[in-house]
Design a protein around this ligand. Sequence first.
Ligand code: ADP
Length: 256
Amino acid sequence: MILVDSISFNYPNGEPLFADFTWKVERGEAWAILGPSGCGKSTLLYLLAGLLFPTKGKIQIDGEELTRPRPKNGLILQDYGLLPWATVRQNAELGLRIRGFYGPDGTHSPRESIPQTDVTPWLERLGLLEIADSYPSHISGGQRQRTAIARTLVLNPDLLLMDEPFSSLDAPTREGLQNLTLELQEEQNLTLIVVTHNIEEAAILGKKILLLGRPVHRAPTIIQNPHQAGEDYRKSSLYHTLCDDLRVHLEDISGR
Ligand code: ADP
């Protein structure tokens, strides 16, 4: 589904982050991108989102070269990006309202051509119905992130890109949202790519884990995690062994 095809990238006046880097993601896969702060994880996610562009090479999604953000991409960030003056319901509706102005393909189209979609089922699915009329400042961090997830999923994405989505949440809330993310990924047949610097989070969310050490990144280091999402995986010795292995791998590639 996604082909990162021999890309190179550096910010203007910045050091090269990627050089001739190729990576493939199949439809419906769950990936974590794991690496230390500053190694280029978010940059890779923004390249996949069509918000940044390679200086060489190209990125294709479903055979089409990425030249702008795709309407079927969902992007969820760490700080939720909620409008403080809008309620949970209005925030969840935001993407639909914007799409109403620009049309499903991202270009301008008459409002009448956009089918009305009710966000209520999503508010219900994400346990937000009771607080639908509350403002972001009156709800918890976990509820804010669930609102951001609702806003993204009402747009029916096929690719969900998440940048450190749960790092500011307490451990039980984070675990709950990680489980919810995996449930939704399977239920909606989403391709999931989550950026994290947290080894445990990568092991929970990634059936495959792309390890990034110090740039420049030339070839992907990929760790398979076939038992992820199995029942009670979090408590299993397989999970703990993988976390230990990831720690060693990260030290290895960071020191390279
Ligand atoms: P990570 O997500 O792994 O923490 P980033 O992708 O955010 O890393 O950043 C990778 C490198 O690119 C860092 O050295 C960072 O300082 C640099 N960088 C990030 N954004 C910009 C930017 N807009 N302009 C210049 N350099 C940037």
